[in-house]
Design a protein around this ligand. Structure first.
Ligand code: ADP
Ligand code: MG
Length: 142
């Protein structure tokens, strides 16, 4: 379980880095939180932790970004596309069940397309630069 408050984007990135070490191929992570909560910033941290050296951008318009890091990471953003048919055509299931690390933003708007056993991480905007990050998932259990 985690429940922390980060006070800068850098702290958010460091948290993502820390958590990345406990992720494994096949994990599907759903980042839950409003616009500006820090979801994409957190993904930058995960990729940094997986030794990805290049720039990481939001998939808001591309919908799906793939990164060849220590483990391949698929980053999907559902914000601008809520059509089930379109996601079928894009090949959502191939991405989800690809044995990579898959990270989702705005999964709540296409809930019926997603598995139930995802790792949920909640992010809340609580002040200018303060963000609460919490999850019931045991990232550091071993
Ligand atoms: P989302 O993907 O949830 O819409 P982003 O990560 O794209 O959010 O944007 C978060 C914005 O808030 C960025 O501009 C980031 O620099 C800023 N920010 C300020 N403080 C924090 C913090 N503690 N954690 C994450 N982002 C922060
Ligand atoms: Mg985002």
């Amino acid at each position: 379980m985690i429940d922390v408050i980060t006070k800068t984007p850098k702290e958010c990135i460091e948290l993502g880095e820390k958590i990345s070490r406990n992720l494994k191929p096949g994990d599907i992570i759903s980042l839950e939180g409003d616009l500006g909560a820090g979801k994409t910033t957190f993904v930058k941290g995960i990729l940094k932790g997986l030794n990805y050296k290049h720039s990481v951008t939001s998939p808001t318009f591309t919908l799906v970004n793939e990164y060849i890091a220590d483990t391949k990471v698929i980053h999907i953003d559902f914000y601008r596309e809520n059509s089930k048919k379109r996601w079928d055509i894009i090949g959502l299931n191939e991405y989800l069940y690809s044995n990579n690390i898959v990270i989702l933003e705005w999964g709540n708007i296409v809930k019926e397309l997603l598995p139930h056993n995802m790792i949920y991480i909640y992010m809340e905007h609580i002040g200018l630069n303060k963000r609460r990050v919490y999850s019931k998932y045991e990232f550091f259990s071993n």
